[in-house]
Design a protein. Sequence first.
Length: 217
Amino acid sequence: MPDIPAFAVLNTSAELAKKHNHKGLVAYVNGVLRNYSRKNQIQTATPIITSEQSTKELSVSYSIPEWLIKRWLQNYGQQEMLVLLNYFNKQPDIVLRTNRQLNSTAVLADLLQSKNIATRTVIYCQIAWLLKPILQIRRTNEGPLEVVLRICLVTAKFILLQDEPSAFAAHVLSPEPGDLVVDLCAAPGNKTLYLAELMQNQGHILAIDKNKKGLNT
C-alpha cells in the first residue's frame, strides 16, 4: 500500500499488536517498523486522478467518505475538490506552541535550531512554530519524533504539540482577561490551555467534550 504514510502504518500496527497481544510485542513491532522506516525513506504515492473517475472511486483512492466528496464537488467544483483531496492526504506537519507566560518563542527557536530541526512560523498564529513533516526532519539515533517530544517534555518545558487549526481557533476568538469562555470541543485540552494563556489566567473557562476518552487525557 504505497499510498499509506509511514506514520499511519506505525500507529495502526502498534494498535493491532496492543489489541491482540501483550505490551512486549507492541514495543517489538514498533521498534522493527521504526528501524525500517529510518533505514528506508518511504515514499508515498499520490493517487492518479482522471476526469472519468467516479466519486465512489475517488472515495476509495483517497479514503474519504463519498458523501463529503460529492459535497465538495457540488459546492466548489472539480478543481477545488481535487485540491482538497490531495490536501487531506498529505502527511501532517508538527506544530509547537510556546506558553509565553512561562517561556518565549525565541528560546524555542534557538533550541530547535541547535537540534538541526528546520522551522517556520505558523501563518495565522505567530506564537507557534511549524516543523516539516516527520520524515523530512533530519534523522537522529532517537528518531525525529522522539527528539521533538523530548524537547517538549524535558529540555524546553512549557511547550505543547498543537494542531494549527486548534491554535487558530483560540487566536481568532481573542478572549480578554476576566471573560467567561465555553469550549464545547475541548479534548484533549490544548485549545483550552491556549485560551487560558490568552486570558492571562484570569476568568473562567468551561471545557466540555462529548468524547469521555478524550477528556481522560
